[in-house]
Design a protein around this ligand. Structure first.
Ligand SMILES: Cc1cc2nc3c(=O)[nH]c(=O)nc-3n(C[C@H](O)[C@H](O)[C@H](O)COP(=O)(O)OP(=O)(O)OC[C@H]3O[C@@H](n4cnc5c(N)ncnc54)[C@H](O)[C@@H]3O)c2cc1C
Length: 387
């Protein structure tokens, strides 16, 4: 229903590319917590960072199902950290550049991002709190034709090795939602320091705490309008949350396929274990859950692609798909017995990488708040800019 012949060709070529260019390095990058530069440039050369970006800036301007394929295939090579580094760059920081940046800023940051020559990160969460976005304390105070940024951000994906940062800050600290703005900040600007964080999963990606100590940036680095930052962030959350829902169904699907393969080879009590009814029924249940989420996510991707503002649906997608993925992967690990717990088999990494699903990009509790406001109170949200 959603994929054309061209989509299938793209999937095959991207899958082959990942096997050839990425998979041989994954264990090294997982160990070192850093992804080498050459692969960013290769992604850029192949056009993978520009799938949904305008041709004027070097993008391919393709429909959202190319992005769906990009996300799904990244999950299938089983490094949530590598996948996160790539999709965060392509769809978190670059979404702000695409929608809110001026022509000059797009030329300076968006084009090299599409080419894989500049890496970006999106800095919203602060040590004092991530869920309460409007309560952020980082400030950006206008002084002449500059802004001066002070504060700190944490848990930032690509926060160490990126070349620029998309930063949210209060331009009017007395206000909550209405006082927030978004800026692009060059990594080399004086006063920026970052500390690498150690974490449970996503080990190939770098995650950082970042401090801004009197960081002076040109006023033209403001993205969009002053005071509209909260609206921009919320708007892009629709795509980010759907992305996390799609990632979840894709890694769960990979887990089910792997478990089926394993069960067809592993023997116990004189037969392969895929003959035991209790395990067959477990697989039937897991496969059904994956399919329910996958089909839902595709239908929401279609609506988003058609220009519908899918705030509620993307929240629902992330809420249930990430829960489903955690459950399915937990069960898939069980089907491998002791091998499921070993690093030589994919389930151990898959299990720890999956756990971030219900936390990053809006926790499940916050998503339930949004959904409840929409379904119980009839609240409606409107986009602030054209995506
Ligand atoms: C690996 C990783 C990568 C990340 N990458 C990025 C990134 O690139 N950029 C970025 O800006 N952020 C990033 N984050 C941050 C992530 O989005 C936040 O961790 C998340 O939004 C939660 O914020 P918090 O950790 O401050 O938790 P808190 O807001 O302190 O929440 C703690 C607990 O309280 C619950 N809670 C809070 N408020 C409510 C409420 N009103 N009702 C009910 N329950 C509530 C939460 O659901 C949670 O269970 C990343 C996080 C991780 C772990």
């Amino acid at each position: 229903m959603y994929f054309t012949e061209e989509h299938h060709i793209f999937r095959k070529s991207f899958r082959d590319f990942l096997q050839k260019e990425v998979v041989p390095y994954i264990d090294k990058w997982e160990r070192e917590g850093a992804i080498e530069r050459f692969i960013w440039e290769k992604f850029g050369e192949m056009g993978y960072f520009g799938l949904n970006q305008p041709e004027e800036y070097g993008g391919l301007n393709l429909d959202l199902f190319y992005t769906v394929i990009f996300l799904e295939e990244l999950q299938r090579i089983n490094s949530g950290g590598f996948a996160a580094a790539m999709w965060a760059h392509a769809y978190l920081n670059m979404s702000h550049l695409k929608a809110e940046a001026s022509h000059e800023i797009k030329q300076k940051y968006l084009t090299p991002s599409i080419e894989g020559k500049k890496i970006g990160c999106l800095c919203i969460t602060e040590p004092f709190g991530g869920s309460d976005v409007a309560g952020m304390r980082t400030t950006a105070i206008k002084k002449g034709d500059t802004y001066v940024i002070n504060g700190s951000k944490t848990f930032i994906t690509n926060g160490i090795y990126s070349d620029y940062l998309i930063v949210s800050a209060k331009t009017n600290p007395k206000e909550k939602h209405k006082g927030m703005s978004i800026f692009v900040v060059d990594r080399n600007t004086k006063g920026i320091s970052s500390t690498k964080l150690d974490k449970l999963g996503w080990r190939a990606s770098d995650t950082a705490e970042i401090s801004f100590d009197n960081v002076v940036i040109p006023a033209e680095n403001l993205l969009g309008e002053e005071g509209k930052g909260f609206g921009y962030i919320m708007q892009h959350f629709a795509l980010e949350r759907l992305i996390m829902g799609i990632n979840a169904h894709a890694r769960a699907e990979f887990a089910v396929e792997y478990a089926i393969q394993y069960m067809s080879e592993r023997e116990a009590f004189g037969t392969t274990i895929d003959k035991f009814q209790v395990l067959r029924h477990k697989i039937a249940e897991m496969a059904s859950k994956v399919d329910m989420c996958k089909e839902y996510n595709y239908s929401i991707a279609k609506r988003l692609n058609d220009g519908v503002y899918v705030v509620k649906e993307a929240s629902m997608s992330k809420l249930l798909s990430t829960k489903m993925a955690d459950e399915v992967i937990y069960d898939a690990l069980q089907l491998l017995g002791g091998y499921g717990y070993m690093e030589d088999y994919p389930m151990a990494r898959l299990l720890r990488d999956s756990r971030i699903g219900s936390i990053g990009g809006g926790t499940s509790e916050i998503l339930k708040e949004i959904i409840a406001k929409m379904v119980i109170d009839g609240k409606d949200y409107k986009p602030v800019v054209k995506n």
